[in-house]
Design a protein around this ligand. Structure first.
Ligand code: T1G
Length: 703
């Protein structure tokens, strides 16, 4: 299939990238671009070349799927292609529509002139893949847009509006509102030819550092160090831009190439690229065509106006979908709606929303105490108290009230969605949509596929999740689905380590050093020691019979009314914004250990990380084996988007693959022996883990 079309418009050669969905610059595409350029250069009637796209975006950059082999470097590689384009002896004009990202952006920087659609966005997101622009972007963007804007773009990976680059003079012109970009680009090319406009080459430009403070790069490192902790590429990005300010272009590009190769070899790059593809793979369901017809969702209802219900509703009105919040308790409803309004006011004050956006969202928000008012909605999400009998009552009512074809979703975080579906006459329309608190902020959405959930209901829910800017992951039905089920052994192990002598602060420190946003003790205090206690009781038969002192310190804190931040005391003591260790926790732990005959000892950070993370991974292996999760990447997406697992490790299963499953298995068996009866009970390796080690395979190999 032609990946680049060639058309002559008088003396202008128009090359259009035509390789959907994103014109990614794999080897064959690079070769096609090169050969079409050579065709235009050889044609003496051609005075200028316009490089455009026939698709919805200009170009999504290098073909990331080439990164795990040598194709990315096969000639002409992207850097060679950009050097070639920049060195041509005819004017080259880039016509940027939609998005120009990564190598796509770098290609435009190698052109002589750039015209963009008003709405176009241009970015260098490579750092989000654990690498850096490797086709001259770190050298050309600082020359064209100035070091500060270039450094911001390259180190954040965030695209900017074409207008911003126009102001920085990195883009020469925007197409007028009603003007078709391609026509505007051809006209612009003719104008440049008529004006005998000069060829441009970044090699003739130096980065203007006249108004950069001496310590600019030092300060930038200091400001960004917190968010880049554990990543490798961000520092390389800064070094590359520093080089642009000091070296001639060719030397700078060579320096960039070395940094690029370094980055490509890092576990962080493998982790971040794994997450990129995993997030997209998670929306593909084995046995269901992605083209499955989905149900139109134009009006949504949310049952329950509490924290979760309100947050859930905000997702839909933010996406422009009319939403009715229903609560039988008028006062609670009023409070809930007032909370939503307040959230928007705060966002407007912070500049996250304009007042017009706030008004438009709130115009889509309705509320009622009457079920009859939601009879015509296309989808309902129930977000009432986490009790099966209450949820079943709601679903019986929804089944009576809602129109045929309406999707009935439950926001339960652990309960059996099959049991909820069973009380309706339409189990095929029932699905789980597990939002994470705060529901209007957290990107993760666990979509629970019950036994009878219809394929089109599932696919509709996945597409709707993407529309409300969530990251959907499909889970089967089990206690806790994917995320909370794996949290359970992690929490158990934390509680046990505290009895054995590790303090909450040591555990938190060890796990935040590992890269988690926070350790289990701090997370439990934040989410509520009472919340985890009640959840544990829902799952009691799986825990206490196997170990009567299961999570003993957690139960003890609950008994003492120490629920964490909400009660001012949990694992830590909270006074206002102050958080400090509570020595009484270790006294309680020592007493419990004494009572249980557990010998306390000094425990290393490594043991803390291994015992908590490896039981998490072991549970993930079991979840995979049971088919609750379709692939290991789904589990990684859950943990990186819902539980603060470090992105630069790619999720627990990617982390295990990097360590080597044989080492994980050996460590689990080691603790199984060294921890006596407790180890025998809780460190049995998952059979899938043993099988994969035997077959010398990784979790990623398992589909
Ligand atoms: N390479 C390979 N496949 C890609 C791709 C890419 N760059 N971008 C998207 N895809 C696939 C994606 O996996 C999905 O496949 C389909 O296209 C639609 O994507 C030298 C080395 C462009 C904003 O980081 O951000 O250039 O699931 O669902 O929502 O310096 O894709 O259908 O099989 O995301 O409309 C830098 C990555 C590369 C941009 C479009 N570029 N892509 O979003 O569609 S590194 C990026 C995106 C680089 C140079 C370096 C988004 C998008 P499937 P999608 P979308």
């Amino acid at each position: 299939m032609t990946q680049v079309t060639y058309e002559l418009r008088n003396n202008i050669a128009v090359l259009q990238l035509s390789s959907p969905p994103v014109n990614s610059l794999g080897l064959s595409m690079r070769q096609a671009i090169m050969s079409n350029f050579q065709k235009a250069l050889a044609d003496e009637n051609v005075d200028a070349i316009v490089l455009a796209s026939s698709g919805s975006i200009f170009c999504g950059g290098a073909d990331i799927s080439e990164f795990d082999g040598d194709l990315a470097f096969a000639s002409p590689n992207l850097s060679e292609l950009c050097d070639f384009v920049e060195g041509t002896n005819k004017l080259v004009i880039a016509a940027i529509n939609g998005m120009a990202l990564g190598g796509g952006c770098e290609l435009t920087l190698a052109c002589d002139y750039r015209i963009a659609d008003k709405k176009a966005k241009i970015g260098l997101p490579e750092v989000q893949l654990g690498i850096l622009p490797g086709a001259g972007g770190t050298q050309r963007m600082p020359r064209l847009a100035g070091a500060p804007l270039a450094l911001e773009m390259i180190s954040s990976g965030k695209p900017v509006a074409a207008q911003k680059l126009l102001e920085a003079k990195a883009i020469d012109r925007l197409a007028l509102e009603d003007e078709a970009l391609l026509e505007a680009a051809v006209n612009y090319a003719e104008e440049l030819v008529a004006d005998d406009a000069p060829l441009r080459n970044c090699a003739d430009m130096a980065v203007d550092i006249s108004d950069l403070p001496e310590d600019y790069f030092f300060e930038f490192r200091r400001k960004t160090s917190a968010r880049t902790q554990g990543f490798y590429a961000p520092e390389q990005c800064i070094q590359a831009v520093e080089a642009a300010c000091a070296l001639p272009l060719a030397e700078g590009i060579a320096f960039e190439a070395n940094l690029f190769r370094d980055c490509m070899e890092t576990p962080q790059a493998r982790a971040q690229q794994h997450l990129f593809f995993s997030e997209r793979a998670a929306t593909k369901i084995p046995g269901i065509q992605s083209k499955t017809l989905i149900r139109p969702i134009n009006r949504v209802a949310v049952i329950g106006s509490g924290t979760m219900g309100g947050g859930i509703a905000m997702n839909f009105i933010n996406a422009g979908i009319e939403t009715v919040v229903l609560d039988l308790n008028a006062e609670a409803l009023e409070r809930g709606i007032a909370t939503i309004r307040r959230n928007y006011e705060i966002s407007a004050k912070k500049g996250r929303f304009t007042q017009a956006q706030v008004d438009s969202c709130l115009s889509l928000l309705k509320s009622t105490t009457e079920y009859s008012d939601i009879s015509d909605v296309d989808l309902v999400i129930e977000a009432v108290f986490e009790r099966m009998d209450i949820k079943q009552q709601v679903f019986k009512t929804l089944d009576e009230v809602c129109k045929p074809g309406a999707i009935l979703a439950t926001n339960t975080s652990t309960l059996d969605v099959n049991e909820i579906a069973a009380v309706t006459s339409r189990p095929e329309a029932v699905v789980g949509t597990h939002f994470f608190s705060p529901a209007n902020v957290m990107r993760l959405l666990e979509i629970v596929r019950a036994e009878k959930t219809a394929d089109d209901v599932l696919m509709t829910t996945i597409k709707l999740a993407q529309k409300i800017k969530k990251v959907p992951v499909v889970s089967g039905v089990c206690w806790g689905f994917i995320g909370n089920r794996m949290i359970e052994p992690y929490g158990r192990e934390t509680a046990r380590l505290i009895l054995e002598g590790a303090s909450p602060a040591q555990i938190d420190q060890a796990l935040t050093d590992f890269g988690l946003a926070m350790g289990f003790p701090s997370m439990a205090d934040l989410a509520g020691i009472d919340v985890s206690y009640l959840i544990r009781q829902e799952n009691a038969e799986a825990c206490y019979p196997r170990d009567p002192h299961y999570a003993a310190i957690l139960d003890k804190l609950y008994e003492l009314g120490r629920y964490g931040q909400k009660s001012g005391r949990g694992f830590y003591i909270y006074e206002g914004r102050d958080k400090r260790e509570d020595p009484e926790v270790m006294t309680l732990a020592a007493d419990l250990a004494n009572e249980l005959g557990i010998k306390q000892r000094a425990i290393t950070d490594q043991e803390i990380v291994e015992r908590t993370m490896y039981v998490l991974i072991n549970e993930g292996a079991q979840i995979l084996d049971e088919g609750i999760a379709y692939r290991s990447g789904d589990i990684d997406i859950v943990y990186c988007n819902g539980y603060g697992f470090p992105i630069f490790k790619g999720g627990p299963m990617q982390f295990a693959d990097e360590i080597g499953l044989d080492k994980i298995l050996a460590a689990l068996n080691g603790y199984r022996q060294s921890l006596g009866d407790y180890g025998e009970e809780w460190f049995k390796p998952a059979p899938l883990l043993e099988r994969l080690v035997e077959q010398n395979k990784s979790f990623k190999d398992y589909q």
